[in-house]
Design a protein around this ligand. Structure first.
Ligand SMILES: Cc1cc2nc3c(=O)[nH]c(=O)nc-3n(C[C@H](O)[C@H](O)[C@H](O)COP(=O)(O)OP(=O)(O)OC[C@H]3O[C@@H](n4cnc5c(N)ncnc54)[C@H](O)[C@@H]3O)c2cc1C
Length: 353
């Protein structure tokens, strides 16, 4: 999503990360289509980028490895946090204890560390996610949009990738998936004529992967000595497509706090948490609204012409999901920039005008 692309740009990694641009989201329901374009927002990209996660991870990992002062340990299974007097003081990894000034737990939606610290919160109804990658035949391209095919019982997300590849991901409430997941996934995309035609001569290039439940909620995102980050800090659902952007934005925010405050007392952890919650609030509200709507596909179908007739409103909502707009209030330099950087950008914008 654009807000995540902005972080990658600020890291100076846009070129290395690459990816296929997309300009917004197109919803398809029955025979209808509505197109929501990311809004123009000063200082922020107007496009998202579709890229394989393994490539993004490799670029981030190699950059971290080449950073002075960083030591990398791969193949390390974190077993448990070590606690002393209510404070996390390190990790147990492959039976060995590693003391640390601050632990950052970025171990995913089903975070083991969150669980062991007793920070899990019950999640709602179980959802299921599946995905596979396809190679389109020469001459055929996924248009520069994320296409979302909505159907009672499931949604399919089609994202452009470099080199003529596409990602096809499916989401559904787990109880509505009756047969084998592979068979259901094929049934889903075959029953969408636009998608079935696009994939007719395409070759599936990755195994279908499935995961459930999708949500993982946290009672708190910080406790003394530790910060949960990315999905570990709480993940609702991929329905709004911003998981990676949120992980990148909040990692950038944390980096700012750590570089200024680590070593002082730990009150800053709660300041960070409040700023993170503000940053993600509107995105979460929108995700909850869409999850609710997924229960009422006929209502969603009736909303589609409304969105088509109000391109500004649709663009605004797509901007919220892309992390570049607030739900209410004016478009302004958003939370995607950390406080120090936001101040600097505001100062330079004021200078430009
Ligand atoms: C079907 C589906 C489609 C999605 N589509 C999109 C999309 O199009 N765009 C988007 O932005 N987001 C999407 N998401 C969401 C996105 O995948 C997540 O938000 C993102 O992966 C979060 O990144 P993370 O690094 O926080 O967690 P993860 O990607 O889950 O990474 C956690 C890492 O921690 C490691 N780990 C876990 N436990 C331990 C341990 N004990 N010791 C050592 N290592 C450990 C894991 O091996 C893993 O490498 C999708 C999710 C699903 C399920």
């Amino acid at each position: 999503m654009p807000a995540g692309v902005a972080v990658v740009e600020r890291l100076g990694l846009a070129e290395a990360v690459g990816g296929a641009p997309f300009y917004g989201v197109r919803y398809h329901f029955g025979g209808q289509t509505a197109e929501g374009r990311f809004p123009k927002t000063l200082g922020l990209p107007e496009a998202g980028r579709g890229q394989r996660r393994k490539h993004l991870d490799a670029v981030l990992f190699n950059t971290a490895t080449a950073t002075p002062g960083v030591r990398v340990h791969t193949g390390a299974m974190v077993e448990a946090p070590i606690r002393e007097r209510g404070c996390v003081v390190g990790l147990q990894v492959n039976g060995r204890l590693w003391p640390s000034a601050l632990v950052v737990a970025a171990d995913g939606a089903h975070s083991r560390i969150r669980h062991l610290l007793g920070l899990d919160r019950p999640a709602g109804r179980k959802r299921l996610g599946v995905r596979a990658h396809f190679q389109l035949p020469p001459g055929l391209e996924q248009p520069p949009w994320v296409d979302v095919f909505v159907h009672p019982g499931y949604e399919l997300y089609v994202t452009p990738l470099p080199h003529g590849e596409v990602l096809v991901a499916g989401l559904a409430y787990a109880e509505s998936v009756r047969g084998a997941v592979e068979r259901e996934f094929h049934r889903w995309w075959h029953s969408q004529p636009v998608l079935a035609t696009r994939l007719e001569r395409a070759k599936q290039i990755t195994r279908l992967m499935a995961t459930s439940p999708l949500a993982g909620r946290a009672r708190m995102g910080v406790v003394p000595g530790i910060v949960l980050l990315g999905d570990a800090a709480g993940f609702l659902d991929p329905i709004t497509g911003g998981g990676m952007s949120q992980a990148l934005m909040t990692a950038e925010l944390l980096a700012d706090y750590v570089s200024e405050r680590l070593g002082a007392d730990q009150r800053w952890l709660w300041e960070f948490e409040r700023e993170r919650q503000r940053m993600l609030r509107d995105y979460k509200i929108l995700t909850r609204m869409l999850l609710w709507l997924a229960n009422y596909p006929r209502l969603a179908e009736r909303l589609l012409p409304v969105l088509r007739a109000s391109p500004k409103l649709f663009s605004h909502l797509v901007g919220v999901s892309g992390g570049v707009r607030r739900l209410w209030g004016q478009a302004k330099i958003p939370w995607t920039l950390t406080s120090g950087r936001r101040d600097r950008l505001e100062a330079s914008n004021a200078h430009m005008h």
